[in-house]
Design a protein. Sequence first.
Length: 327
Amino acid sequence: MSLIYFNDIQEKESKIPIITDKILVDLVNSIQVNDDLISFRQKRGLFGQFFDSLTGPDRKRQLATDKNVNIAMQSFHDLVLDISNNLNVSNNAIITIEEKLIETRQAIRNHRQEINLLTDIVNQLQYKVEDHEHRILKLEQRVYRTEVQHRIEDAIAAWQSKRTYQGFHWAIQVAFVTREIVDYALGDYERLITKGKDSQLRQSISDRILATDNTIPDHHFPLTNLLNLSYSETSQENQELAGYLLEVESISEQRLGKTLYLFTLGKTLELAQLPKQQQPQNLAQTAFELCRNYPNVMIYPTTSKREFVERIVNETANDRLNLITLV
C-alpha cells in the first residue's frame, strides 16, 4: 500500500510545470536594460537632451524601455502563472496525500479491530482449551478413582474370602489389609490427586472393613482387651511375623504421636516375643502405658469397633503418606 501512495505522489510531481531558464533570463535582462536606459537619461545634459529630441534617439530609447517593460511584465506574468500552477498541483498533491493518510488511518483502525477480534477469538479458544483440559483432568481423576476403588474392593474381597491374612487375629488383619490398600491403591491417589483433601475413600474403606466381622462388639470396650486377644488368638509363628511387619522399636517420637493404635498393637506383639520370664503380666496394658508415657501423646483406654478401624485406617494412611513425602 505504501508503494502505491509513493507512485501517486511521483505522478503528481511529474505534472508540476518546470520554470524555464528563458523566462528568468528575459525578466532579468529587461530589468537591467531598463536600468541602463533610465540611468543614461538621467546623466544627459540639457544640450544632450535637446539634441536627442531633434535626432530621435530619445524616442527610440523610450520605445525600447516600454518594450522591455512589457517583456518584463509578460515574463513576470508567466512566472506568476507557473507559480500558481505549481501551487495548484501542490495543493492537489496535499489533498491526495491527506486522502491517502485518512485511508491509511482507517486501514489501521480496521486492522486494530481485526487484531482485537483475533485476540478475543484466541482468548475464547484458550478458555475452551482450559475448560477441556479441566474436564479431561476430572475425567482422568474419576477413572483413576474408579481404578482405586476396584483395587480396594479386590483387596477386601480377597481378605473377606479368607484368601489373605489368615491365622492372625482380626485386629492384626485389619492393620495388614489397610496397609495393603494404602500401599497399592489409596496412597498414590491421595498424594497425586486429592492432595490429602478427600477422606471419602478412607471412610469407605473403614465401612467395608467393619462389614466383614460380626464377632467384635460395636459398643465401647477396653482397648487392652482387644490387644490381648490380638496376640493370644494368633499362633506363635504368626506373632513373630506380625511383630516384624508392625515393628515399632525404631519408630520416632514424631511418628509415634500420629500412630498411637498401630504403636500399641505393634508393641504388644513385640512384648509377646520376650521370654516368658521377662514378659510383663499384662502385655497390652504395658504397651498402653508405654505409649501414654511418651510426651505430647493422648490415647484413651477405651475404644469401639468403629473407632479402632477408623483409627487404624487413618493412622496407616497418614503414616505411609508422610514416609513417601520424606523420601
